[in-house]
Write a protein that binds this ligand. Structure first.
Ligand code: ZN
Length: 349
């Protein structure tokens, strides 16, 4: 309780709590999108997780953090009662469109109605050079977020209508905070007792996984992390760095591939893409080892009940929720497994 009150005091929340009510700190984790990869299926939004911290009696929404911003994030946030203008910070795991493409929409909306600020922190890795010669750059992504709208002439037209708007467009509202890749958990953002740590993990260059610690609990967002060894033989498809980050965390949110997509089955799914994700079974084993209470599977490949993942047929037809739960329990995890659907949430304590 003492830590909690200190946390609230340090972020100014004590002053906004009604007198007489017992302060009840809470952390709420909501999947804003559960689609795995670039395909579309039944209107699912692209990958994203909303982490909120606050007072249970006030909607648990004093601090609002968005991790990844796939297609449709704005809509899911509106269904969660969180306008994009109320996000304190946005964190990106990596520069793949299924995790980033919603940001343009979010920032344009914020520019439209909240152009006076405040800016939103965009937290992500430093530029990362691939051994193949190209560079992944979250910094440039943010810098050019409004370029298509600037080049179409829309921004000039809207600025002419309302001169109070920031002249550079939505990029002017982003406060980009990049961090160097590290193999140990490193604090990259904080607000009072809400602390966010990052660790380098493998999927593509610059991929990062995050952990949020709050007085009400902790959550790890693994992103699309896979094991550093790009293919078998290896002890697990999961990331050793994510496991380190997740030690003792209450909730793990992680992208998931079902073993049915493996090269030993006949989906035709490309093995290198299969191997750079974590399987549901290995995530169950990892959650058991780290002592997690809740494992939230997201970015499901394939989506539940889908007959195909993009062009690849699912061997045996669509998978059910039970198929995913079975794969997790095969890994030994006996805690609460949430097979992700858009807007499902877990609240602590
Ligand atoms: Zn992805």
């Amino acid at each position: 309780m003492k830590n909690f009150l200190l946390g609230l005091a340090s972020i100014g929340l004590l002053s906004v709590m009604s007198s007489g009510a017992e302060a009840a700190a809470c952390m709420k984790v909501t999947l804003t999108g559960t689609q795995g990869g670039p395909p579309v299926f039944m209107g699912q939004a692209g990958a994203g997780t909303l982490v909120q911290f606050g007072d249970d009696s006030k909607g648990c929404n004093f601090v609002n953090l968005q991790f990844d911003t796939g297609r449709g994030t704005t809509q899911r946030l509106s269904q969660s009662g969180v306008p994009v203008g109320k996000l304190n910070a946005i964190f990106l795991t990596h520069m793949h469109s299924d995790h980033t493409e919603g940001l343009t929409d979010m920032m344009q909306l914020r520019w439209h109605f909240n152009s006076g600020g405040p800016k939103v922190d965009l937290v992500c890795s430093d530029d990362s050079k691939s051994p193949l010669g190209h560079t992944l750059s979250c910094r440039k992504y943010a810098q050019h977020i409004g370029d298509a709208l600037i080049n179409s002439g829309e921004m000039a037209q809207r600025l002419a209508e309302n001169k109070k708007r920031l002249p550079g467009g939505p990029a002017d509202l982003i406060n980009t905070k990049t961090f160097p890749q590290a193999d140990e958990p490193t604090m990259v953002w904080s607000y009072g007792n809400v602390k966010v740590y990052a660790i380098n993990s493998r999927h593509i260059p610059g991929h990062a996984s995050y952990r949020v610690d709050t007085p009400a609990g902790s959550v790890v967002i693994g992103g699309d992390a896979g094991n550093d060894a790009p293919k078998p033989p290896r002890a697990s498809s999961t990331s050793a760095q994510v496991e380190k980050l997740a030690m003792g965390a209450d909730i793990i949110v992680h992208s998931t591939i079902h073993p049915v997509m493996g090269p030993d089955k006949d989906s035709g799914f490309p093995p290198p893409i299969y191997y750079r994700q974590s399987t549901a079974t290995d995530l169950g084993s990892m959650a058991l080892r780290t002592g997690a209470k809740h494992l939230m599977l997201t970015h499901l490949i394939p989506p539940m009940n889908a007959k195909r993942q993009g062009p690849y047929p699912i061997p045996g037809g669509g998978l059910s929720e039970d198929d995913y739960k079975q794969a997790v329990s095969d890994g030994g995890f006996a805690g609460n497994t949430v097979v992700g659907t858009d807007l499902v949430s877990v609240q602590l304590p």
